[in-house]
Design a binder for this molecule. Sequence first.
Ligand code: NAD
Length: 401
Amino acid sequence: MLQTAQSMIKGVGKQLGFTDEEIAELLKANAEHQFEIELSTGAKYPAYRVQHNNALGPYKGGIRFHPEVNLDEVRALATLMSFKTAAVGLPLGGGKGGITVNPKTLSAAELEELSRKYAAHLSPHIGPDKDVPAPDVNTNATIMDWMVDEYEKETGDTSHASFTGKSLDNKGSLGREAATGRGGVIALREVLRHLGKNSVTVAVQGFGNVGSFFGTIAEYGHADWKLVAATDSSGGPFCLEGLSATEVDRYKKDTGPLKDFQADGATSITNDVFVGLDVDVLVLAAMGDVITEQNMHEVKASVVLELANAPVNEQAYKYLTDKGVIVVPDILANSGGVIVSYLEWLQNRADEQWPEEKVNAELERYMVAAIDHAYHYATKEQVSLKEAAFALALKRIREGR
Ligand code: NAD
């Protein structure tokens, strides 16, 4: 993932005439905090916060708790965040954090102790004007509430603007939970509008937080988008007559793995065949490296929406783009989460709570502007949407605005 992000920055930087020194500067993180957290049980966990670039504003990016978290992954994700916030025109930089831990092995008290110690250790380096973390894989509003409380105990700040993705009772924002999926719907709608397409068949991989909000919001707003496949890690239903995202979502939440979901005319598919489905749009909302040199030849879709981070690797991206497939890049497609995080930060700083309609309207405004700018740049310069998004981001970071 780090290689994919860095090679895009190098390639686009060269096209824009950046010097080798300027490119090297953009690849390097401003600061890397690497430490160990010891719990009262004696167990120790490696922890990280990478602060990549703050030319446009405070560092912004999630904290993930996962057994495979390592410094290179955190660096890659921090780098992507700098370009994501810049590509969508937010006055924020990029950062990312993580702890190498399987949170499922911890008791609730241990999880709280780990979260609080992480925030306490980083408190001199983060804060509303320096670095504003958020939830990511296996972290949530409860964990953000513990962290903001710990940060405020350490620093005396009372604004709650030091973390986003908090619970609603603790100055979180309405609309935050659905924001990434909702942003994905806006991104796809705008791209289809530019392509002059209306009725499309859509397959969603990863019916979790992002994928299920994408599916259910699309179902209500876009009757001409037909959901024909929806999978989780077990697989899931495929049905040419169309599936109800609401029913799939309810089944996943109330009953169990999607491979067992049944509907009239539906068959059960595995994720091995997902990428090669004969559909118009593939929505990748599960994880990274889903389309690679191993399976890129199987893709039949004409649009691929990257809702996970880096689900299409570098080689596959080049291959698909050369074939004329539109890959809507992660830094645009999944930016709804960071946009509403920014809106939460604004609300906290002004001590306000906006109605959900206002949050969604602002999300819409940022997403539409970002996609339109990238589209116009791509058309004018004859480059892909991803190169266009990176080029606009690189320029903004260099100019500091
Ligand atoms: P989640 O854990 O809620 O959902 C992930 C879904 O993917 C689950 O349904 C899981 O069963 C499924 N999955 C896992 N492995 C799979 C596989 N091999 N094949 C098919 N499905 C598989 O996570 P989420 O919050 O929805 O995030 C999904 C992705 O989007 C992640 O890559 C995350 O980093 C990225 N993302 C999330 C946000 C956000 O706001 N939540 C923002 C930006 C990017």
